[in-house]
Design a protein around this ligand. Sequence first.
Ligand code: GDP
Length: 543
Amino acid sequence: MSKLTIADEAHRRRTFAIIAHPDAGKTTLTEHILLAGGAVRAAGAVKARGDNRRARSDWMKIEKERGISVTASVMTFEHDGKMFNLLDTPGHEDFSEDTYRTLTAADCAIMVLDAAKGIEPQTLKLFEVCRLRNIPIITFINKLDREAQDPMALLDEVASRLQLDPAPIWWPAGSGTRLRGLVEVGTGRFQPYAKKIAGSTDDAEHPAALPLTDAAQYFEQGEQDEVAEAVELVEAGYPAFDRQSFLEGHLTPVLWGSALRHFGIEDLLRAIGEWAPAPKVMPARKEAPPETRNAPAPEAIEVDPGQNEVTGFVFKVQANMDPNHRDRIAMFRMASGSFKRGMKLKVQNTGKQLSVNAPIMFFASDRELAEEAYAGDVIGIPNHGVLRVGDSLSESGLVRFAGLPNFAPEILQRVRVKDPLKAKHLKKALEGLAEEGVTQLFRPEIGADFIVGAVGQLQFEVMADRLGEEYGLDVLFEPSPYAEARWVGGDKADLEDFAGKYRPQMAFDIDQNPVFLAKSSWETGYVGERFPKVTFSKTLERG
Ligand code: GDP
């Protein structure tokens, strides 16, 4: 039995996500981190697991046909006295909204860059979300076994484009066929690179580290001096690692390696264990129970991960893989307390109580049923549509976390059901999918049509597929006259003045928040200038 206190348990948790532009190597790195953590025995396991998952979600044909995984989950493993929760984010850019939500459950992010490409568009987008949420970032520059850009140019790109101070922990000696190894900045320790066969179980072993000055055997003429000089420049020119500055989001430690060749991975895992933050104290509100009349104003509170009461929030709802049962699995990120299987938790906004008898924990190895969990952990709670993205759960049912963002969709379409008798049915189905966070739903103030918004085209296909399979609805998507959606805010009088002039373009989201549907981005700019007292937001924090 564990003798650790609740606070100790929280303190040894590291909950992190990997962010990357597609193809930078996120899947490969995930696999090799699990390998380094002892969570899987052979390379290839993550892929196999992915295949498995795909086989189970056969009903979602798109997933299969396109060979992509559209669901995000979490992998938990214990290593070196710490519990790691690696949040898996879908790679396809059409599902970036899922990725954004997953980041709300992460305490730290690993930013993977392709050494030949540097910062790519998706890297930048994801980075911005991390910054918005003050998530500290560890940078891993991958694919050193291929010809890379100049390492200083890569660091300078991080500094200039992300406004983030790079603190190189290691320095690469060459790349591609001339990759000799990595030199530790500050100590001059040299880790030789040895090309090992990818996927073999012994690829974790590289020759032992030694002082760079003793490492002549690993270099060709002139290379050793060259790297020694480069490291001197680096030591003088870049800041040393400073944990406080990293935690505050000003500085990123930079590590290098090759996920595919399992090079630099142990150091990355050690960096996560030592530097990534444990779950933090989270701001929240204590609300009156939903049925209270003349309820007092909510009270601002701080939720300490070590406190007794279990609290947390749902950051994702995954439809169950079985189409015959309309079960959903809510991914619940714990913010505090000591969870035990069978515990009763209450949903803050509805007051509904759930007995969590069959929580799922996602161990990278075989264990599945969660007996206990602590702050930082993610458990899957099966339910029949009671739980929604953004819901707060706690033992008292009074704790509310805010801040799960909705992002303005980039594509807006009108949806119709082919059989007009099923229009009512369509409304329910669309609301269900919107509650799950698959797509966003806007109900114009005037007219009976629904406008559906998504970040990418693929989401509409997933949606059409699910409406057919799960709800028996044959739907049509048609172009809508709208290009952008903006949540509007401001003084009541100003808002009414604006809405009065743009009534046909006003709509409500599923939480009844007012939304302006603009016909072009030009129009968004125009109304912004004409109505300076009204705010037009691209994101909305629920709660
Ligand atoms: P993701 O889209 O970010 O998940 O990227 P993947 O992990 O699927 O990798 C994309 C491609 O890059 C695959 O063909 C990988 O084998 C390859 N790759 C990943 N890491 C490395 C690496 O360190 N070196 C080399 N040479 N290729 C890599």
